[in-house]
Write a protein that binds this ligand. Structure first.
Ligand code: BTN
Length: 255
């Protein structure tokens, strides 16, 4: 793609005015042998996928809906590491576009003013001999207006434009995001996930704070010390044990 200034990301760009979900298109292109770094982008999605089987609101023109197809030479258990790569890339790009300071929320949201501004849905296709491909699905609320948000959201949400007070260019933002993914991906392939984890920890407000985690029918209370290389949240309890949280709902403790 002319002018992207990237090494791998966007060597192939597949654009849709409308599609059901860019992640579904990415699976097809992944199975069809499209190269590492292929980018899929749509103006609107008729069935945008969110986490946990939810829908992702995808009105026309205002936001970014994109999926990036990667073919890293890693083992299946390492694939969740790439969620942190997308979160850091999205946070950097939103920071550049808005001059504001986005934060990340474990496991995979990006926030502005404490409200969700982007969602990430990473998926992989593994085979017995290893990873076939990974898809980074990224939805960023760029210019969505308050009345365009679904009424039944379970969390506070916002857009870059609402927080910044002016609209942002979708193509400018997309270029910036692909450049950040490209840089982080090159670094990941060369050095592994550690530098990405360190940067993610610096963007996460919960690191260093006391939290409560609802996890598998029990509540864990303790201090968040960071992330490990599998993307588990590390929580040190008052008893001095270190818990590795792989899934759960985390909130700061009051006081
Ligand atoms: C979440 O629930 O937080 C994840 C939302 C992910 C949405 C993006 S939009 C582009 C890509 N295609 C999809 O269908 N979903 C992801």
């Amino acid at each position: 793609q002319a002018g992207l200034e990237t090494q791998r990301i966007g060597r192939e760009v597949v654009y849709f005015e409308e599609t059901d979900s860019t992640n579904l298109r990415a699976h097809e292109l992944g199975a069809g042998g499209y190269p590492d770094g292929t980018v899929i982008i749509a103006d609107r999605q008729s069935a945008g996928k969110g986490r946990l089987g939810r829908r992702w609101a995808s009105p026309e023109g205002v936001n970014l809906y994109t999926s990036v197809l990667l073919r890293p030479d890693i083992l299946p258990f390492m694939a969740p590491q790439l969620t942190f790569l997308s979160a850091v890339a999205v946070a950097r790009a939103i920071g550049e576009a808005s001059g504001l300071q986005p934060r990340v929320k474990w496991p995979n949201d990006v926030l502005l003013s404490g409200k969700k501004v982007a969602g990430l849905l990473n998926e992989m296709h593994a085979e017995t001999e290893g990873i076939h491909y990974v898809i980074l699905g990224i939805g960023v609320n760029l210019n969505m207006r308050p009345e365009q948000f679904p009424g039944d959201l379970r969390y506070p949400a916002t857009s870059v434009a609402i927080e910044k007070g002016s609209t942002v260019s979708r193509t400018g933002f997309a270029r910036c995001l692909y450049r950040e993914i490209d840089r982080l991906y090159e670094r990941y392939l060369a050095e592994g996930v550690a530098p990405i984890i360190r940067e993610w920890e610096g963007l996460c407000d919960l690191v260093g704070r006391q939290v409560e985690v609802d996890c598998q029918q029990r509540i864990i209370r303790g201090l968040v010390t960071g992330l490990d290389e599998d993307g588990a949240l590390l929580v040190r309890t008052a008893e001095g044990t270190e818990e590795r949280i792989l899934a759960g709902d985390v909130r700061p403790m009051k006081g």
